[in-house]
Write a new protein. Structure first.
Length: 154
């Protein structure tokens, strides 16, 4: 089946509400990612050798992990940076940039809390593995955002 005739896979949509202001929720998601991202639970390239991860807060900034030898492994690149409302980035951890999907994270203040909605799209670029990888991310984002929500509640 050619790429142009591939069926479109629905985005993965996840939403959590955290007990933080919009600015604080954005800051925790971005500058604080190393405090909640589950590197120790298999959500990394370097597996047990992963020591940290980061988002460079600007358009063109990298999203990457660092291993225990100081090597950096690219996960994606920031496409849009609009604190404290949203960020959009490419996503291809452990894969070539040509296989990147796109993720948008939106932050909506709800009084003393913030709704954080993640939308992961662009599965078709993964060709025959698209459905399998999308299914994995559907549960993976649930777990990962659960860690974010737990950290926000501390």
């Amino acid at each position: 089946m050619s790429e142009s005739s591939s069926p479109t896979l629905a985005p993965v949509l996840k939403q959590v509400v955290v007990p933080l202001s919009g600015a604080d929720a954005f800051e925790l998601f971005t500058a604080g990612i190393a405090t909640w991202w589950p590197l120790d639970k298999g959500h990394s390239i370097s597996e047990e050798h992963s020591v940290s991860c980061a988002i460079e807060g600007r358009v063109g900034g990298r999203i990457f992990e660092t291993d225990d030898e100081g090597d950096e492994h690219l996960w994606g690149t920031v496409l849009d940076w609009d604190p404290p409302l949203s960020l959009t980035f490419t996503w291809h951890p452990g894969r070539e940039a040509s296989t990147a999907q796109q993720i948008q994270v939106r932050f909506e203040a709800l009084g003393e809390e913030t709704s954080v909605e993640l939308e992961h799209t662009g599965w078709e670029v993964l060709a025959e593995r698209a459905e399998e990888i999308r299914t994995s991310y559907d549960t993976g984002w649930e777990f990962t955002l659960g860690r974010y929500r737990a950290r926000a509640g501390q």
